[in-house]
Design a protein around this ligand. Structure first.
Ligand code: 5RP
Length: 276
């Protein structure tokens, strides 16, 4: 692997643990001002010290993240549909690699919709993006999206999607946790991270998801709503870091979460980048 590519990936997947806690805040690109992400800067700012990377669009990056913050950026470059359109899968590449380079990003992210009416279009989007990304040493993270019309969160479907993404050249793949997740991992020759999905009922449910995903071979999480829709987002991301980087159990993560709530601003986990 070329130096630039390798360097960018190791900014995101921390060499010390081989794992990553990515913070997903790209939801507005099709969901608009989602609950607790109405003012992106307000949501993102306190979480930056604990995120190994931020996944977001260029609009939110430019308006809502201080360029002095040293946090790797995974730039969402696909879009073109919304929650009120007929289908979520009708996506195109929405940002040039030239603009991504201008923004000094560490990776590009794009969704594919295997099994949807736009399967071909989103898969060829991925191939084109990989070609361009490889030219400049920028890894592509493929998101195996499960839209409202694709309620197929099973290992067979996700293994198919993830494998296709890797075959087309994605250096990283993001998918969903499912039963028999290890089958998805085994069939995918590149590192996998899992999304959190819609907010789960309790913190414990989110810790369990992260724990199971890591135990079954994911290299990390790319979590959004289960962190910033939590009542205590900073405690939440710190507890998730304990699971992902420190191999904490669900119980230990909950203890870390409770401890943070008691001690307030005292930091329990080492932040990934110093706070301003
Ligand atoms: C949408 C995305 C989101 O980033 C992804 O769903 C992760 O966020 P969450 O944990 O809230 O599901 O890629 O396509």
């Amino acid at each position: 692997m070329d130096w630039g590519m390798s360097n960018r990936i190791s900014r995101i997947i921390k060499p010390s643990s081989g794992k990553s806690v990515m913070l997903a805040v790209d939801h507005g690109y099709f969901m608009g001002p989602t609950h607790n992400l109405e003012q992106p800067r307000k949501t993102i700012e306190p979480l930056i010290p604990y995120a190994d990377a931020l996944m977001l669009t260029r609009g939110v990056l430019r308006t809502s993240v201080d360029p002095k913050r040293d946090v790797p950026i995974i730039l969402r470059v696909s879009g073109g549909a919304s929650i009120v359109s007929k289908t979520l899968s009708n996506e195109a590449i929405t940002t040039s690699v030239r603009d991504a380079i201008r923004l000094n990003v560490s990776a590009l992210a794009l969704s594919i919709f295997v099994g949807s009416e736009h399967e071909h279009q989103t898969l060829t989007n991925l191939s084109r993006l990989v070609d361009e990304g490889e030219d400049y040493g920028i890894p592509v993270l493929a998101v195996t999206a499960v839209g409202k019309e694709l309620e197929k969160r099973d290992a067979r479907y996700l293994a198919l999607s993830c494998r296709i993404a890797a075959e087309l050249g994605a250096r990283l793949v993001k998918t969903y946790y499912c039963e028999e997740f290890s089958r998805v991992v085994q069939g995918c020759p590149v590192p996998l991270v899992v999304a959190g999905g819609p907010k789960l009922e309790t913190e414990l449910d989110a810790f369990q998801l992260a724990y199971d995903a890591i135990a079954e071979g994911a290299v990390g999480v790319d979590m959004g709503r289960n962190i910033w829709q939590s009542e205590h987002p900073v405690a939440m991301i710190q507890a998730v870091r304990e699971i992902v980087h420190e191999r904490a159990t669900v119980r230990e993560a909950k203890q870390a979460y409770d401890e943070y709530l008691k001690t307030g601003p005292k930091l329990l986990a080492k932040p990934t980048v110093p706070a301003n």
